[in-house]
Write a protein of this length. Sequence first.
Length: 240
Amino acid sequence: MAKIALLGYGKMGKTIAKLAEAAGDEVVLRIGADNAEELTPEALMAADVAIDFSLPAAAFGNISLCLDAGVAVVSGTTGWLSRFEEAVAHCREQGGAFFYASNFSVGVNLFFALNRHLARLMAEWPAYQPELTEIHHTQKLDAPSGTAISLAEDILAHHARFEGWGLTGDGLSPNQLPITAEREGDVKGTHEVRWASDVDAISIRHEAHTREGFARGALQAAHWLIGKKGVFGMSDMLGL
Ligand SMILES: NC(=O)C1=CN([C@@H]2O[C@H](COP(=O)(O)OP(=O)(O)OC[C@H]3O[C@@H](n4cnc5c(N)ncnc54)[C@H](O)[C@@H]3O)[C@@H](O)[C@H]2O)C=CC1
Ligand SMILES: O=C(O)C1=N[C@H](C(=O)O)C[C@H](O)C1
């Protein structure tokens, strides 16, 4: 049983609370936009671990506050990673514990492993060019998704042809790996990587059907992180 602080009590925070309480954990703090002032070091210290699924503008501050309070923190918030290295440095300075994943679902982490394998194969076959598509619900604030950025960065690490990634429609240069971001209804999260040649194409695709897959992974990470020190990700926990 763990005492959990939920920083962000929207779609993900509520899904995690339901799973955590069903498993016997205690949710000791629930923070949203309407009670953000209740997020104090004293309130955080009642928790064994904090889980942040908030907003791009709030994540870095929330994570820093947890590290300053000596509380282990798991974050899945996307759209704030320009400050990721700062958060890592802060964790190391404080001797704290920080776990980050752009996607906590086991299925997506298997998909990441497949994507890396395919990218390594394709490095030898320049006739095939990659493109990424992500589809999410219309409330999503950031584009491309954090998951699409992770997929793109894994391809860039194995494919010398590109110097970076960019969103289609933003005037891409030929050396940018194209990512298309679509917003539709309540789509939970669909990601596709397609390698096309003049004569055929190979695609791999992951579709999330509910938010429970993300929530299960985040809760597993929270339990796994308690008592550890350092900066971790899904590959540390799952060995993928
Ligand atoms: N890594 C992963 O596996 C996943 C990541 N996400 C990401 O998690 C984040 C949250 O997603 P959702 O729950 O769908 O969004 P949401 O919009 O439903 O919930 C966000 C919540 O944060 C609250 N909030 C606003 N200011 C805050 C502050 N200063 N401190 C704490 N909370 C604050 C809002 O009141 C809102 O309830 C997004 O960045 C999303 O991309 C979402 C699903 C899976
Ligand atoms: O905002 C979401 O909903 C999701 N965000 C994450 C992302 O940006 O990759 C993970 C998942 O796709 C759902």
